[in-house]
Design a protein around this ligand. Structure first.
Ligand SMILES: NC(=O)c1ccc[n+]([C@@H]2O[C@H](COP(=O)([O-])OP(=O)(O)OC[C@H]3O[C@@H](n4cnc5c(N)ncnc54)[C@H](OP(=O)(O)O)[C@@H]3O)[C@@H](O)[C@H]2O)c1
Length: 337
């Protein structure tokens, strides 16, 4: 299948390009996919920030957003742009909506909303109210209603970022998902056989770039929701992560009791806990991407090899896990595999 665009040189704009995932997405377009996208635009709020300067040094054109007339400002920033990728986080839903409205005004052809996680539409415990998922759902509904065939909207569901599964959450250095690599104890809500889709940020970035080419190609069809899973792991978690099974302890809490306790805690604290919601989703088998579009995005792994959880570890006498730029030694002797 040809992935040549109908236009010779499609232009891509990335919003949130200065962020955690946005940096990887920008790098994919600026490096590996540069021959297809000679012009890469990073739409930023502050072009003088260190990360914005790094993007400019790497060849991105910076365009600044003026938050006083935000829709017009986004529309101007997207002038001449074919594809908008949003990797924005922590912004109110109105910001995402304004970004989309600006893209529609500017005649953008393909839009990736800032999703890059699970398919929360499948979650059955929605009475729990997860503000992050609710805001994402509200934004995508807004965009789909207005796009009406004028723009292709691609929701890319990736599961968890591979980098986060076994790493520690600062500042207390607690495991994000009660998967404790130091003691090799993995706690589940429900069955430990639930599968967990994980995709590394660099592979999410390549998937976005590849899907962009496919979406612009006249002879290929891209679904509205695309699932990728660099690894669909956990069943036999030890082997999946390159660990010896006999050294691993799997704890399974009763799913219904876990849900009730999580709900009670939320009511008491007034704060939803997305980490617990993800664990419940995992227990309900909603993080299982056994069905996925990996073959559409990266047929037979001919374009790249999907990274796995164990690819993020340094093997030897000491094991390390990586959280952002910080390298933390793991205090365990169990981990020499
Ligand atoms: N599946 C997973 O495990 C997982 C994990 C983490 C994140 N995610 C998802 O991935 C996406 C990107 O997340 P991230 O962690 O990469 O984001 P991030 O680094 O926290 O932020 C991305 C960018 O958003 C912009 N931004 C931040 N606060 C803003 C505000 N108040 N108003 C407007 N813009 C703001 C900033 O760009 P500028 O300053 O340049 O404007 C920032 O660099 C999100 O959809 C997130 O939910 C998924």
């Amino acid at each position: 299948m040809s992935t040549e665009s109908s236009r010779a040189q499609p232009i891509v704009a990335i919003v949130g390009a200065t962020g955690n995932l946005g940096t990887d997405i920008s790098e994919a377009f600026l490096n590996h996919y540069r021959p297809h996208f000679p012009q890469v635009i990073a739409v930023v709020r502050d072009p003088t920030s260190a990360n914005a300067r790094k993007l400019a040094d790497a060849g991105a054109e910076l365009r600044q957003i003026d938050t006083t007339d935000i829709v017009l400002s986004f529309a101007r920033a997207f002038t001449g742009v074919d594809v908008v990728v949003s990797a924005v986080s922590m912004a109110p839903v109105e910001y995402h909506d304004a970004l989309f409205d600006g893209a529609l005004k500017a005649g953008v052809k393909v839009y990736f909303p800032s999703e890059f996680g699970m398919n929360y539409h499948l979650i059955e415990f929605r009475e729990y109210k997860e503000p992050i998922w609710d805001a994402k759902a509200q934004h995508v509904a807004h965009a789909r209603e207005l796009a009406q065939g004028k723009m292709k909207i691609i929701v890319l569901a990736t599961g968890l970022f591979t980098e986060y599964v076994l790493t520690l959450m600062p500042p207390l250095n607690q495991p994000w998902f009660e998967f404790d690599a130091a003691t090799l104890t993995f706690a589940f809500a429900g069955s430990p056989d639930s599968k967990l889709a994980v995709t590394a940020k660099v592979d999410i970035a390549r998937s976005v770039a590849q899907l962009t080419l496919l979406a612009l190609s006249p002879d290929s069809a891209v679904p509205d929701v695309v699932y990728v899973a660099g690894q669909n792991a956990i069943e036999g978690v030890s082997e999946e992560f390159g660990l010896e099974r006999k050294k691993v302890t799997l704890n399974a809490a009763d799913l219904e009791s876990y849900k009730i306790a999580a709900r009670e805690e939320e009511v008491r604290s007034g704060k939803p806990n997305i980490l617990k919601h993800i664990k419940i989703a995992l227990g309900e088998h909603k993080m299982d991407f056994s069905y996925n579009n990996n073959e559409l995005v990266n047929p037979g792994e001919t374009l790249w090899k999907w990274k796995r959880v164990e690819d993020h570890y340094q093997f030897g006498n000491t094991k390390y896990c990586f959280y952002e730029e910080v390298v933390k030694p793991w205090d365990t002797e169990h981990l020499s595999v």
